[in-house]
Design a binder for this molecule. Sequence first.
Ligand code: FAD
Length: 393
Amino acid sequence: MLNFSPFTEEHELLRHSFRQFVEKEIKPYVKEWEEKKICEREVFTKMGQEGFFGVSFPTEYGGSGLDMWAAVVISEELSQANIGGLSMSLYAHTYLPLPVINAIGTEEQKLKYLVPALKGEKVAALGITEPGAGSDVGGIKTTAEDKGDHFVVNGAKMFITNGTMADFIVLAVRTGEGHALSLLLFDTSTPGFSAVPIHNKLGMHSSDTGQLFFENCIVPKSALLGEKDFGFYYIMSNFQEERLIAAVTGTAAADAALWKAKKYMKEREAFGRPIAKFQVLRHKIAKMAIGVEACRSLAYRAVAEYIEKGPGAYKIISIAKAYVCEESFNIINEALQIHGGWGYMEDYGIARSFRDIRLMTVGAGTTEIMHEIISKIEMDEVKHEKQLIKARV
Ligand SMILES: Cc1cc2nc3c(=O)[nH]c(=O)nc-3n(C[C@H](O)[C@H](O)[C@H](O)COP(=O)(O)OP(=O)(O)OC[C@H]3O[C@@H](n4cnc5c(N)ncnc54)[C@H](O)[C@@H]3O)c2cc1C
């Protein structure tokens, strides 16, 4: 464990009350929501009523005004319920669309969308991915045609979390050639909008994933978030919190799986002794523990840097996201192995952790895209060093 804690007494009080919430309002429904392949909307209402969505948002919009460590507390405690799908739905509401509204929205937009979303009265989603464009954001084809006092939106979005439940979507649309994209605050009550649930997923069963269709949807100009044609820039610079939360969540999920594996090794017997006696398995535990600590150190360092620099911390956030999402999958895979055949069954929850964690290297920017970002920064550093040497000569 780290020999210092970034958490204050206030964070620990939050942890205590949210832990009770998870015990009462989430854990009893895990099986039901996973089987139904959707969580109840009521859980959003309750999260909002208790103030758990707004922990790191400003008080003037209904948040608690705490820092990002409060969001870490929520993620860590949520991971204890081992329901990746629901966790993803709650994060996709809080840390995908809301930070960008908070950062660049007008006062009117914040009052109309941010405030009810933090209260749990409105469910939010982020709509970037399309059937033909995910990592390649510049390839977005959904258009918003400028008609003077309004836009007309046509196109489709794919794999959108909270897609069928959302009341509004921060929607990426094409408003010109090349990288001329814009963000719209899109009300799902708009005529011409429809959403179809996607159920055939490997994991994250309790999350609502939707395919969205837009047919001649009329959207007022007041729905434009930030500047027109600046959407690509906003997407590249304002979506760091989802990667940060992915790193924290992956760490917590791996830690929970390590704990389950240790307990199981004490209980299970083979060849007349507890399997914990086998050195090969004990060494697996050692490697998993090293992995968890490495994940936590990177994730926490990324949080600390984000608090200091905001989106400017994108290098360490990309490093943490890439490393944790790959390593947490390896750790959970080993935890399943330690459970033998029972790991493959639903009984111990490891099978669900394994299914759910698999998404982490794909969602919120794939590992390959994180590597692209990191390698670009690394190589640019060399370029700048050469310029510095030239200047000195
Ligand atoms: C359950 C689920 C929930 C999701 N929720 C949302 C959501 O709420 N909102 C939203 O907008 N999206 C969401 N997504 C979409 C997700 O963000 C994308 O799937 C992801 O960004 C990858 O895009 P893609 O699927 O189009 O894959 P592609 O971009 O087609 O990638 C295919 C492969 O090519 C690799 N690749 C692509 N470009 C490069 C490159 N330049 N260099 C090297 N390798 C590259 C990728 O890493 C990957 O391995 C969700 C997806 C899932 C499965």
